[in-house]
Design a protein around this ligand. Structure first.
Ligand SMILES: Nc1ncnc2c1ncn2[C@@H]1O[C@H](COP(=O)(O)OP(=O)(O)OP(=O)(O)O)[C@@H](O)[C@H]1O
Length: 196
């Protein structure tokens, strides 16, 4: 078998707009057979181009609340009035494929994962400053003014959690190539060498 045996998952956490998706995309392209995404559930509406079962499992609030109370989720959170979460089945599927399961979650999610027996690596993606974060989110053109302001408010709280002792590694996403090089080194030297 070419896959890894029982690989430890990799949690990537950071404020909205810190560059998680951008860095994960580069990592997936670099190591196409080593990482897998657990597909999250969400009650938010799909953005243009998002495909059900690929980018997210789009679901209703009723269904998601039921699954959470049945204990079928590792973590879940509400953000801007929508629910997001990671099911146990979604993570298990990636591990079974012999891949490191990548979890792109927020601080609330990290706190919940820390209560489970998942035993992942925790990496925090830190924007160079809140001002730069605002610039990037504005340039991305995906947020309304209200959503942007909410994300920035949450971001300043998350930065506090992210800079303390809660993570195995912190990547400051200033220059993208530099940030990715740091992540890649951590992945090669730690994540791809350890299993559960
Ligand atoms: N180092 C960088 N320099 C400049 N722009 C960047 C850098 N990294 C990411 N960006 C840009 O910043 C924006 C936010 O990045 P991205 O969408 O990857 O963030 P995210 O953390 O995944 O956000 P969300 O949690 O909202 O999905 C994107 O438009 C991306 O192209």
């Amino acid at each position: 078998m070419s896959g890894l045996r029982n690989p430890r998952p990799l949690v990537l956490c950071g404020p909205s707009g810190s560059g998680k998706s951008t860095l994960v995309k580069k990592m997936m392209a670099d190591f196409p057979d080593k990482f897998g995404f657990s597909i999250s559930h969400t009650t938010r509406q799909p953005r243009p181009g998002e495909v059900h079962g690929q980018h997210y499992h789009f679901t209703s609030r009723e269904e998601m609340e039921q699954a959470i109370s049945d204990g079928r989720f590792i973590e879940s959170a509400s953000f801007c009035g929508n629910m997001y979460g990671t099911s146990k089945a979604a993570v298990e599927q990636v591990i079974q494929e012999g891949k490191v399961c990548v979890l792109d979650i927020d601080v609330q999610g990290v706190k919940q994962v820390k209560k489970t027996d998942l035993n992942p690596f925790y990496v925090f993606i830190k924007p160079p400053s809140l001002e730069e974060l605002k610039n990037r989110l504005t340039a991305r053109k995906t947020e309304s003014e209200e959503s942007l302001n909410h994300r920035l408010k949450v971001a300043s709280e998350e930065m506090e959690y992210g800079t303390s002792d809660n993570f195995d590694f912190i990547v400051v996403n200033d220059n993208l190539d530099h940030a990715y090089a740091q992540l890649k080194t951590f992945v090669e030297e730690k994540v791809l060498k350890e299993t559960n």
